[in-house]
Design a protein around this ligand. Structure first.
Ligand code: FMN
Length: 180
């Protein structure tokens, strides 16, 4: 699939079929994630694949932003300790978040290209998730990506026109002929 088709066609899916996600496909998503760029190539990410349905039910209960019955979720965590050792406070507090977001976007696009649906979830109880998944000190949950076979087709939510968000050379200076 063309990368532009994936960028524009991907939607946040909140209704899923009950069908399980093949492990081979999950591995491809994880592989796409680790090929994302990261500050200083530190690769501070860790991925917890949650496919145990009972555990997933509890994860859902502590995640108000988790909609639908996706059969799988991947928790993207950052290794703050590792990031601090290599990148100091900038690495620990800022780059880790950027890096994990990059990895997540790779996963979302790869999933779409494979016919899977996804939704990023940030609305979850950090404390409950850490306890539930036995996540140690120094490792922080950043984003939950729910994954499944989509059971809805959505119209794209609107995007802000380019002419409202792009400047040329200096802040406030018009970039000519952009879509309105
Ligand atoms: C950092 C981040 C956090 C998000 N958190 C949630 C969430 O907790 N629950 C949810 O249903 N969607 C969540 N979303 C999905 C957004 O609502 C969605 O991307 C946005 O409405 C645009 O729709 P689209 O992804 O279909 O283009 C999140 C997206 C991002 C990037």
């Amino acid at each position: 699939m063309d990368v532009f088709e994936a960028i524009k066609g991907r939607r946040s899916i909140r209704k899923y079929k009950r069908k399980a996600v093949d492990r081979e496909l999950v591995k491809r998503l994880l592989d796409a994630a680790r090929w994302a760029p990261s500050g200083g190539n530190i690769q501070p990410w860790l991925f917890i694949v949650i496919e145990d349905s009972k555990l997933l039910d509890v994860v859902r209960k502590v995640s108000p932003g988790y909609f639908g019955e996706a059969p799988l979720a991947i928790l993207v965590c950052s290794n703050k300790e590792k990031a601090y050792k290599v990148g100091g406070t900038l690495g620990r507090d800022y780059l880790t978040i950027c890096d994990c977001a990059m990895a997540v976007q790779n996963m979302l696009l790869a999933a779409y290209a494979l016919g899977l649906g996804t939704c990023v979830v940030k609305s979850f109880s950090h404390t409950a998730i850490k306890e539930l998944l036995a996540i140690p000190e120094g490792i922080e949950p950043e984003l939950l990506v729910i994954v499944g076979h989509p059971d809805q087709t959505l119209k794209p939510p609107p995007r802000i026109p380019l002419n409202e968000i792009v400047y040329l050379n200096r802040y406030g200076e018009k970039f000519p002929n952009l879509e309105g």
